[in-house]
Design a protein around this ligand. Structure first.
Ligand SMILES: [Fe+2]
Length: 425
């Protein structure tokens, strides 16, 4: 834990202490019967099983179906039982996803489960334990679910923000909100689990656990689909980079630079995601241009220039065939338009050029100036910035050049290069 950011360590200590106080107070306040121990074992087993089957989120972290189990114990039993189940669910986790994970992660998860249940418990105080089908009680159960969800998401966003030294809001937008459909789907299941256990005992509960596993499977499929999209993009880029020696690493550098610019102008996470795909794929149309022309060192003939100038249109055609990337095609088509209207393929100018294309054009130009080619060494950072400023207003959008100069300093550009070297090694 020594190397962890201080902000996270502070939150970790706070959550652990808070969870310990809530748990100790709850187990001391109730009179334990053998039935309570039996409930604890049954639900503890379910919680540990649920937490051992997590689904990964796009940018780190994961969600599980444990929420339904926790919600049902919170409704059915006193906080002493429910917080003990949460401790078991957080600490006794098995499976390949958690192998090798540091111990503090388990302690933190267990703590945030207990604290979230503690908050839900305050809402549930008015209903007492056991399951009631009264509409008023159902509303309170749903409010308790909401309280649990909000506490859980806030704590996780602050924790991931502390770990990744980013703002919690940024983490929430980019990552945590993907878990909302999971919470919404699981809250009614949690209520159903409580109802079935109340009426049919442990056998009914285990039968209900099967649809829970199916719900987890559907969510996993949804996340896998997103992963597959990304893999498709990477395969396309690899195909291109195998062909054109100059573009090796170019796409990913343009992507990094474009994202830095987009974050600086506070573009929404959804739009940044699309910009990322567009930046990675901006030159994909070069697949349709002859290798001899792409790698030619001397002067190009008019017909050869014509062929190179067709790559944005070919790129758009390729991307059009991938359903979810439909919007990106237009961005790729216009990445060689000039701000003064003298670019290609359509000669549109100024704000007529999509913002994403204008961002990519700046990043693309910078990388082209600073990259080594077989016949010349790449220019320095200072030379590149001077050139960007010179062509601002004619070739490039001056506002975007300004943004670029603000976010891409000598230091960040050096960091990018060294990170790339490490990757290659
Ligand atoms: Fe291009």
């Amino acid at each position: 834990m020594k190397n962890l950011p201080k902000a996270f360590v502070r939150l970790f200590i706070l959550m652990t202490l808070l969870a310990l106080i809530i748990w100790l107070r709850a187990i001391c306040q109730m009179e334990w019967s053998s039935k309570d121990i039996f409930h604890l074992l049954i639900f503890g087993l379910l919680a540990a099983a649920s937490e051992s089957l997590p689904v990964s989120l796009p940018r780190g972290g994961f969600v599980t179906v444990g929420f339904a189990v926790f919600l049902s114990v919170a409704i059915l039993f006193p906080l002493g039982v429910s917080s003990s189940v949460a401790l078991i669910g957080g600490m006794l986790v098995f499976g390949k996803e958690v192998r090798g994970e540091p111990f503090f992660k388990r302690v933190f998860n267990a703590s945030q489960f207990v604290v979230s249940l503690g908050v839900a418990g305050v809402v549930l105080k008015t209903t007492g334990t056991g399951f009631s089908v009264e509409p008023q009680a159902i509303i309170i159960y749903l409010l308790a679910a909401l309280a649990y969800m909000l506490t859980n998401m806030t704590v996780v966003a602050i924790a991931l923000g502390g770990l990744q030294t980013k703002s919690p809001w940024h983490i929430w937008l980019g990552n945590i909100r993907w878990s909302i459909p999971n919470f919404v789907a699981l809250a009614p299941l949690g209520l159903l689990m409580a109802l079935i256990y109340n009426n049919y005992g442990s056998v009914g509960l285990f039968l209900l656990f099967i649809p829970l596993l199916i719900s987890r499977h559907s969510f996993q499929l949804y996340m896998d689909m997103r992963e597959n999209y990304l893999n498709t993009v990477q395969a396309l880029v690899q195909a291109l980079e195998a062909k054109d020696t100059y573009t090796s690493g170019h796409s990913s550098r343009v992507e990094q630079l474009a994202v830095m610019m987009a974050e600086s102008i506070e573009m929404s996470e959804d739009k940044i995601e699309l910009l990322k795909y567009a930046a990675v794929l901006h030159d994909v149309g070069k697949i349709g241009v002859s290798e001899i022309i792409l790698n030619k060192e001397g002067k190009l003939l008019d017909s050869e220039w014509e062929s190179i100038r067709s790559h944005p249109i070919i790129g758009q055609k390729i991307i059009k065939s991938i359903k979810f990337m439909f919007d990106i095609g237009n961005v790729v088509r216009h990445h060689h338009e000039r701000y003064d209207g003298k670019g290609y393929p359509d000669g549109i100018k100024g704000e007529e050029i999509p913002l994403d294309s204008r961002i990519i054009a700046v990043a693309d130009t910078y990388d082209a100036i600073t990259s080594d080619r077989s016949y010349r060494k790449g220019n320095t950072y200072d030379e590149a910035i001077k050139e960007l400023k010179r062509v601002a207003g004619a070739q490039l959008d001056p506002a975007m050049v300004e943004v670029f100069c603000k976010v891409v300093t000598k230091e960040t550009s050096r960091e990018m290069l060294s990170a790339e070297r490490i990757q290659i090694a």
